[in-house]
Design a protein around this ligand. Structure first.
Ligand code: BGC
Length: 391
C-alpha cells in the first residue's frame, strides 16, 4: 500500500471510530468525562491515548492562607497522580459565596462526587443541597457541613481525640496546684472547633476542679468550670471569648490582650491550650515575648512543617499529627465507592443537626520532641532535609 493510501485508510478508521463512540450508550458514572485539570495547561497534558481515566470528582477546600489546606491540595494532587486520576481542586478563599460559586461550577462540569471542606459549616448547606439536587454524592471532608440532609459521607479524623491529646499533654506536664491555664479555640463557624474543645475540656476539667490548673483568660470558662461536660451552647459561650477564628493575627492580638489584662502572678510557668499549629506559633511567640512568662507548655495540631521546627527548637511543645495522606486516601476510596454504586464503610455517625452522617474517622498521633523523628520523619510525612537540628 502506498503511503498516501495508508494515511487515507487511517483517516477513515479514525473518523469511523469517533462516530461509533459518539453513538455509544450514555456514559455510566465512572465513564463520565472528567472535569478539566487546573494543574497542567492543555499543552502539557498527555495525548488522548494515555489520558487519565475519567474521574468525575471535584474538590473544594477552604483557604490558601493556611499551610494545612495547601498541604491537602498537594497530597490530593500526589494521590491523584499516582492513581492516574484527573481531579479539579478549587479554593474558596475563606468566603462562603466563592465556595458556592465553586460548587456550582463543578456541578455544571458534570461531576458525580463532590468532596468539600466547608469554610463555614452552616453556610455550606445551600451549596451541598444544590449539588445533591443535581444527583451528586456529597462527601464532607475534615469539617462537617451542618444543617443539611445532603451529606452522604464524612471523611474525618477523630476530632474529639485531637482535643483529648492536647488536654492530656498539658495535664501530663503540670505538677502541683495553681498552674495558670490559658484557653484558645478555633472558629465558631467550624464544627471541629467544638469537637476539639469538647475533647480538651473532658481531660482538663477534672484538673481544673482539683486545683491543678487555674483558668486565666475566660470568665465564661471559669463560670462553667465545675461542669464535667458542656452543652453546645456552653461551649459556644467559651469559644466566643477565646476564639482565634483560625487566624494567626487574631490569635496574636487575643494573646496580647490576655497578657495585658493578666498580672505577673497570673503568668510564671503557664499552660496554653492552642487549637492548631498556626495559632500556636502566634500565641507561643506572644507569650515568649512577655518578661513575666518564665516557661510555657503549648499544644497544637496539624504537624505543619513550621511547627515541627518549633517543636525541635523547643518553641512549641506538641502537635497532633493528622496524616493527611490517610484522609486523602479515605476520601478517594469513598468517592470510588459512590461512583461504583457502593456505600463506603462506616463505623460511626456524626449528627449534623439534620441527619446522622456516616463516617469512619481515622486515628491521630500525639507528637512532641521525644517522638518527632519517628512520627514525622521516619514515617515519610516530611523529609528530614526540611528541618534543622533534628533530634
Ligand atoms: C482542621 C484543622 C485546621 C483548622 C484550621 C480544622 O477544621 O481540622 O486541621 O487546623 O480547621 O484550618
Amino acid at each position: 500500500m502506498s503511503k498516501k493510501a495508508f494515511y487515507s485508510l487511517l483517516a477513515v478508521l479514525v473518523i469511523t471510530a469517533t462516530a461509533l463512540s459518539a453513538c455509544g450508550p450514555a456514559p455510566t458514572p465512572t465513564e463520565a468525562p472528567a472535569p478539566a485539570a487546573t494543574q497542567a495547561p492543555a499543552a502539557t497534558q498527555a495525548p488522548a491515548a494515555t489520558a487519565a481515566p475519567a474521574f468525575p470528582v471535584g474538590i473544594v477546600l477552604p483557604t490558601k492562607n493556611e499551610p494545612r489546606w495547601i498541604q491537602d491540595e498537594t497530597r490530593f494532587n500526589d494521590a491523584a497522580k499516582a492513581a492516574g486520576y484527573n481531579v479539579q481542586i478549587l479554593f474558596s478563599d475563606g468566603d462562603s459565596a466563592k465556595e458556592k460559586a465553586n460548587v456550582e461550577s463543578l456541578i455544571s462540569q458534570g461531576i458525580k462526587v463532590l468532596i468539600i471542606c466547608p469554610q463555614d459549616a452552616t453556610a455550606a448547606a445551600a451549596a451541598v443541597d444544590e449539588a445533591h439536587a443535581a444527583g451528586i454524592k456529597v462527601i464532607s471532608y475534615d469539617r462537617l457541613v451542618l444543617d443539611s440532609s445532603s451529606v452522604d459521607f464524612y471523611v474525618t479524623f477523630d476530632s474529639v481525640s485531637v482535643g483529648k491529646a492536647q488536654g492530656q499533654y498539658l495535664v501530663d506536664h503540670a505538677t502541683g496546684t495553681g498552674n495558670p491555664l490559658y484557653l484558645y479555640a478555633g472558629a465558631a463557624t467550624d464544627n471541629n472547633a467544638f469537637l476539639f474543645f469538647q475533647g480538651a475540656w473532658s481531660v482538663l476539667q477534672p484538673k481544673i476542679a482539683d486545683g491543678t490548673f487555674v483558668i486565666k483568660n475566660s470568665s465564661q470558662a471559669v463560670g462553667l468550670q465545675s461542669n464535667a461536660t458542656l452543652t453546645r451552647d456552653q461551649e459556644g459561650q467559651i469559644i466566643g471569648q477565646v476564639t482565634t477564628n483560625w487566624d494567626f493575627n487574631t490569635a496574636k492580638s487575643l494573646a496580647e490582650a490576655n497578657l495585658t489584662a493578666a498580672t505577673a502572678a497570673d503568668k510564671g510557668n503557664v499552660f496554653i491550650l492552642a487549637p492548631n499549629d498556626g495559632t500556636a506559633r502566634s500565641i507561643a511567640d506572644t507569650f515568649a515575648a512577655d518578661k513575666d512568662v518564665k516557661s510555657y507548655v503549648i499544644t497544637g495540631q496539624d504537624a505543619e512543617e513550621a511547627s515541627v521546627q518549633y517543636i525541635i527548637d523547643g518553641k512549641q511543645s506538641m502537635t497532633v499529627l493528622k496524616d493527611v495522606r490517610t484522609l486523602v486516601k479515605d476520601a478517594f476510596a469513598a468517592a470510588v465507592d459512590f461512583l461504583n454504586g457502593k456505600t463506603p464503610t462506616q463505623t460511626t455517625t456524626y449528627n449534623n443537626g439534620k441527619i446522622d452522617v456516616p463516617a469512619n474517622p481515622s486515628p491521630i498521633v500525639s507528637v512532641d520532641k521525644s517522638n518527632v523523628k519517628a512520627a514525622i520523619i521516619d514515617s515519610g510525612y516530611w523529609p528530614a532535609a526540611d528541618f534543622k537540628n533534628l533530634p
